[in-house]
Design a protein around this ligand. Structure first.
Ligand code: NAP
Length: 248
């Protein structure tokens, strides 16, 4: 038996990268896992990988930035499995530009997905978790939300916003035994998000990592699995950096 046997989880943006690794890790611990993404084909492929681990899995095509579809996604999981124990808000995008060149569209797209998307899913999931008097909310931020990054004012604002948002949820929901925490990855180059970084930028980032290597999606997934577990029941409102020591 895994540490999450009998639990149900939803991982937004679980079709690739860090989200896929989180979904597989939660399933390896025995959780049934639901996924969403805007392009559902890749999420369906992950469903097959999850089922091969012996758990139930489902995928839905949902843009988390849209309030009604995000709410319907939570309802669909509740209709299928009767409960939602673990919500991982992982879906995220970048639209990098220097402030003076950043368009309103670039600002809105990033805030709508990364921050409002988490709000949409948390609000819908919290209703069910409050009724159940238990739950785990884990929001995937970034070290950029703590440090800032030139060219990423929109992304940094969304990821810093997630931290304040999560701490507020932790305070609001603690009396119902629901925990809310943040995992803040450092540089995880094996995903779609960092694909555009050149070798020079990558080398410069690598030189800032005390542990001397970039992160793997699985490094982030291990931290999420811990925060989702019963053993983490006395931890709430925290930011866990999984960054090789970049921010300390
Ligand atoms: P990725 O490979 O680009 O994957 C992003 C996932 O989110 C995909 O499944 C994508 O699927 C989904 N997604 C994006 N927008 C969505 C939307 N509006 N609604 C639903 N799903 C959406 O990125 P990643 O590197 O794995 O990043 C995952 C998370 O970790 C993000 O929150 C990111 O900010 C954070 N993070 C990453 C790094 C890193 O170095 N990679 C570092 C720190 C933090 P579709 O495109 O099909 O929708």
């Amino acid at each position: 038996m895994g540490t999450l046997t009998g639990k149900t989880a939803l991982v937004t943006g679980g079709s690739r990268g860090i989200g896929r690794a989180i979904a597989l890790r939660l399933a390896a611990e025995g959780a049934d896992v639901a996924l969403c993404a805007r392009q559902v084909e890749a999420a369906q492929a992950v469903v097959g990988e999850l089922q091969a681990l012996g758990v139930r899995a489902l995928a839905r095509q949902v843009d988390v930035a849209l309030t009604t579809p995000a709410g319907a996604l939570i309802e669909a999981v509740l209709a299928e499995w009767g409960k939602l124990d673990i919500l991982v808000n992982n879906a995220g995008i970048t639209r990098d530009n220097l402030l003076l060149r950043m368009s309103e569209e670039e600002w809105d797209a990033v805030l709508d997905t990364n921050l409002k998307g988490a709000f949409n899913c948390c609000k819908a999931a919290a209703r069910a978790m409050v009724k159940a008097r238990s739950g785990r909310i884990i929001n995937i931020s970034s070290v950029v939300g703590l440090m800032g990054n030139a060219g990423q004012a929109n992304y940094a604002a969304s990821k810093a916003g997630l931290i304040g948002f999560t701490k507020s949820l932790a305070r609001e929901l603690a009396s119902r035994s629901i925990t809310a925490n943040v995992v803040a990855p450092g540089l995880v180059p094996e995903t779609g998000m960092t694909g555009g970084l050149g070798e020079k930028a990558m080398e410069q980032l690598r030189s800032q990592i005390p542990l001397g290597r970039p992160g793997l999606p699985e490094d982030v997934a291990h931290a999420v699995a811990f925060l989702a577990s019963e053993q983490a029941g006395y931890i709430t409102g925290q930011v866990l950096c999984v960054d090789g020591g970049m921010v300390m």
